[in-house]
Design a protein around this ligand. Structure first.
Ligand SMILES: Nc1ncnc2c1ncn2[C@@H]1O[C@H](COP(=O)(O)OP(=O)(O)OP(=O)(O)O)[C@@H](O)[C@H]1O
Length: 440
């Protein structure tokens, strides 16, 4: 069916007008770095790529334009829970956002189309986009009528992480460009290394995107790598009891049964811990998440299944009891702590044995293609480099990896309260040397 993207709008792009929208609709006072620029590019129908850390404010870059331009913005998001969360927030602000329910209520294209005419933002998972013929038909109708404003790929790093072998629907999002030519696209991603960013853009076939980087230096996070001296459980329990016996935290474990074991041992040690992974029922996972939000459970022992959409502000620590599989995952998982801006800890317990074990598991995994295997091993080796580098500031290592800085500067100098382990030991060494100097 022939179609066309939503046309350019007669829209006042002045900063004053956009700021008034920010305040009247989103109840926020000032734009953060690069938000206004990304919003301008979006309203001008450019392809847009926004990279930023946890809680940076990436969503506003498409939500504000979606509210005030013609047509429907289609947001492709990886998790139903994340979708519900976003729709709830938008609804509270009086913005019409919707996702097709799973029941039979909207099983024909016409009723979906009618509903789409009432909203500004449609949220769907990539699987739903692929599987639902009535939805695709309704989108073609929108396109034919010039009412398909934009596609937004939220958490676009999933395209590379999941597109190949796990969630194949992610790997097929490039078909959007063929099916709906010239409809502009926005991709939003957490911090990723430059080569992964290129992979995302290639995979989506996004042409000439305007790129915007939002902050990913979380200045209140205190990074440390510690040797795994005992078994993982004892190391974690000892650290938690010493530092935060009563506060909220997350302990990431390698495998599901380790989560169960970790939570059990923690309970025996007197900590309020719960296990969370994909073998637990949805109902159980929801109840654990709620208990944790209400501080009735203190520590969540989880696999990566406890991931996106975690917005508890007062999480004081994220511990990795085993190596994360990539720096991207590490950055995202540690970003779930300290959302209230207070100093919070990111502890990674490392041992050479863990590295060898994970290396062997990836190398022997027959379900992976050779390309995926190579990618996973490269990712793991980058984590190994981070763990083994006991000299360079952790913050600098992270930001260099993600392309944020090209300097060896000691970024902890500006963050004395959240100084990393490497900077802390360098400072102690300096004090010791100065002291020795005074004595001679
Ligand atoms: N200009 C702003 N001023 C104040 N708060 C803002 C601004 N922009 C966004 N926020 C708030 O920051 C919080 C995080 O925003 P958002 O959900 O867009 O983050 P994100 O970049 O998508 O990160 P994540 O992937 O972790 O959700 C939200 O509560 C949002 O209201």
């Amino acid at each position: 069916m022939a179609g066309k993207p939503a046309g350019k709008c007669d829209f006042d792009l002045s900063p004053e007008n956009l700021k008034a929208k920010l305040s009247n609709t989103f109840r926020l006072q000032e734009f953060r770095v690069n938000q206004l620029e990304a919003i301008n590019a979006t309203i001008s129908n450019e392809n847009v790529f926004v990279v930023g850390g946890n809680g940076a404010g990436k969503s506003l870059c498409f939500q504000l334009p979606a509210c005030f331009t013609a047509g429907v913005t289609v947001v492709i998001s990886p998790l139903k829970s994340l979708i519900q969360d976003q729709i709830q927030k938008l609804t509270e602000l009086g913005i019409q956002a919707w996702t097709p329910p799973d029941d039979q209520g909207y099983s024909d294209a016409e009723s979906i189309y009618e509903q789409l005419l009432e909203i500004k933002l449609l949220y769907v998972t990539p699987e739903k986009m692929r599987m639902s013929d009535p939805l695709i038909e309704a989108l073609h109708n929108l396109f034919a009528n010039g009412l398909l404003a934009r596609f937004v790929i939220d958490e676009a790093q999933c395209i590379i992480e999941w597109g190949g072998d796990f969630r194949r629907a992610y790997g097929t999002l490039n078909e959007l460009q063929q099916d709906f030519p010239r409809v502009p696209m926005t991709a939003l991603s957490g911090p990723v290394a430059p080569h992964i960013k290129e992979g995302i853009l290639n995979q989506l076939q996004m042409t000439n995107p305007k790129e915007f980087t939002m902050s990913f230096n979380q200045t209140n996070l205190k990074y440390a790598v510690k040797p795994k001296t005992l078994d993982g459980e004892t190391d974690c329990i000892t650290w938690i009891k010493e530092h935060y016996p009563h506060d909220s935290g997350i302990v990431y474990c390698w495998k599901k049964h380790y989560c169960d074991q970790m939570a059990k041992t923690m309970k025996e040690a007197g900590l309020l811990a719960c296990s969370y992974h994909s073998d637990k029922t949805e109902e159980y996972r929801k109840s654990v998440h709620n208990k944790w939000k209400e501080n009735k459970c203190q520590v969540i022992c989880a696999t990566v299944a406890f991931g996106m959409g975690i917005h508890k502000p007062d999480v004081r620590y994220v511990i990795h009891s085993f190596l994360p599989k990539s720096m991207e995952r590490y950055q995202r998982e540690t970003g779930r702590t300290g959302r209230d801006g207070n100093v919070s800890h990111c502890i990674l317990f490392y041992s050479e044995e863990d590295y060898s074990e994970l290396h062997d598991v990836i190398s022997d995994d027959k379900s992976l293609t050779e390309d995926s295997k190579k990618r996973e091993l490269d990712n793991l080796n980058r984590v190994l480099q981070y763990c083994s580098n006991g000299k360079v500031c952790r913050r600098t290592q992270l930001l260099s990896y993600f392309g944020g800085v090209k300097t060896e500067a000691d970024l902890c100098e500006e963050n004395a309260k959240a100084i990393c382990d490497n900077c802390e030991s360098a400072n102690m060494m300096n004090v010791k040397e100065e002291g020795e100097g005074e004595m001679t």
